[in-house]
Write a protein that binds this ligand. Structure first.
Ligand SMILES: NC(=O)c1ccc[n+]([C@@H]2O[C@H](COP(=O)([O-])OP(=O)(O)OC[C@H]3O[C@@H](n4cnc5c(N)ncnc54)[C@H](O)[C@@H]3O)[C@@H](O)[C@H]2O)c1
Ligand SMILES: O=C(O)C(=O)C[C@@H](O)[C@H](O)[C@H](O)COP(=O)(O)O
Ligand SMILES: [Zn+2]
Length: 358
């Protein structure tokens, strides 16, 4: 099947290329001015980063593989500082490029290293997980975690291009793949209900990279993200809808010291947001039930320990959507109709949590 190209609009449009055997798109994205390329990749993914390095060397660049720790451990200030020093020693200049290869953690880190080094050099991303293809690598949010909270330090730095080689997905652990489905389902709830139907029709197929609708699910989710970030890169308004479920999710990730899969936390967070909307009189019970059913059908969690509430509530205060003391949530008024819930009563917040507590 031929590759699909989805263009992300905005001040500096770029392409997301989706297909198999699509690494040939990389040199065009790195561009003719670059001489040296740093390929920042999750250390365990040499079977994927190797061909990326090779494709760039064949195109005539001086290419350096730069391994970083696996998974969320990469999104750390010490790892970031190591990259800055490495880039300096490699002699990267403003015309050179960083290519980030891996899951969302690796692409968030590589993107932020590119955003901050020399105040910003070109980043090209090669996402290798479902989550990174449909969400993390698209849209220019880059960053790292700090002990006080998830993604609290970062920058908006859109990539010059994104290459999604679907063949890379086959080696993923099932749990990591299912984690990515949470963001796919999120795109369904906020903007494209057809995604929900595809998952509901065949949950087992949706939970496998070789499922019958994998490519359609990925393309639909990327389109949702591309449409939103193309219109609102810096989250002045519309982009906030992509944060559906994330207010509680990021608090859970911090409570778990970043050892809990992001998509798992987002799944619980979306059920919480749906319960909030129901209790606020904005969403019918049937839509809340649909959240639980579709998420659970692919193996995503929909509850979290009840005793965690005080800690989670405290962490939610520094969510990036907060304004002063006012908590702000993305909620749904119907499937495909996201809205805002501002400054909900404390009793409502806790009552909604009781609905997800176990
Ligand atoms: N920037 C954004 O807009 C954005 C959006 C959503 C999520 N994120 C971030 O993305 C991160 C989660 O990303 P993730 O779910 O990809 O997790 P991850 O990056 O931690 O990867 C999960 C695991 O899969 C491994 N892996 C990656 N590709 C593989 C492959 N092809 N085969 C086998 N194993 C592979 C990784 O090495 C890791 O062990 C979180 O930090 C989250 O905050 C960012
Ligand atoms: O792209 C966005 O905007 C999102 O909110 C997508 C989220 O899935 C993603 O997890 C993002 O990193 C969260 O951003 P944050 O600003 O809440 O840290
Ligand atoms: Zn997310």
């Amino acid at each position: 099947m031929s590759a699909a190209t989805i263009t992300v609009g905005g001040a500096d449009p770029y392409d997301v290329v989706i297909g198999t055997g699509v690494l040939g798109a990389l040199p065009g994205m790195v561009g003719p001015k670059a001489r040296t390329v740093a390929v920042v990749h999750a250390a365990r993914l040499t079977a994927i980063s190797g061909p990326v390095v090779h494709a760039l060397e064949e195109a005539g660049y001086a290419v350096h593989a730069v391994p970083v720790p696996d998974g969320e451990a990469a999104k750390d200030v010490a790892v970031l500082a190591g990259l800055w020093s490495r880039f300096a020693r490699l002699g990267l200049t403003r015309t050179d490029a960083v290519v980030g290869v891996g899951g969302g953690a690796a692409t968030d880190l590589a993107g932020f290293a590119a955003a901050s080094y020399l105040r910003g050099i070109r980043a090209v991303l090669v996402p290798t997980t479902l989550l990174a293809m449909v969400d993390a690598a698209v849209g220019g949010k880059t960053g790292i975690d700090i002990p006080e909270g998830k993604n609290l330090v970062g920058a908006f730095h859109p990539p010059a291009g994104v290459v999604c080689d679907l063949a890379t997905l086959v080696t993923m652990d099932r749990a990591d793949y299912v984690s990515g489905l949470a963001e796919v389902v999120k795109a369904g709830f906020i903007a494209d209900p057809r995604i929900l139907e595809l998952v509901e029709d065949d949950p087992d197929g949706a939970a496998r990279p070789d499922g019958p609708h994998t490519r359609e699910l990925i393309e639909r989710a990327v389109r949702v993200k591309a449409d939103v970030v193309g219109a609102d890169l810096k989250e002045a308004g519309l982009r906030e809808i992509l944060n559906y479920g994330h207010t509680l999710a990021h608090a859970i990730e911090k409570a778990e010291e970043y050892r809990f899969r992001h998509g798992y936390a987002v799944a619980i967070g979306m059920v919480y947001a749906a319960e909030l909307a129901r209790l606020a009189g904005r969403l019918p019970q049937s839509a809340v039930d649909r959240h639980r059913a579709v998420l659970a059908s692919v193996g995503l969690p929909v509850s979290y320990p009840g005793g965690a509430w005080p800690e989670l509530r405290a962490t939610m205060s520094i969510d990036k959507k907060s304004r002063g003391a006012t908590l702000r949530f993305i909620v749904l008024d119907a499937v495909g109709e996201p809205g805002r819930l501002e400054g909900p009563d404390e009793k409502l917040l806790e009552a909604a949590y009781q609905e997800v507590a176990r």
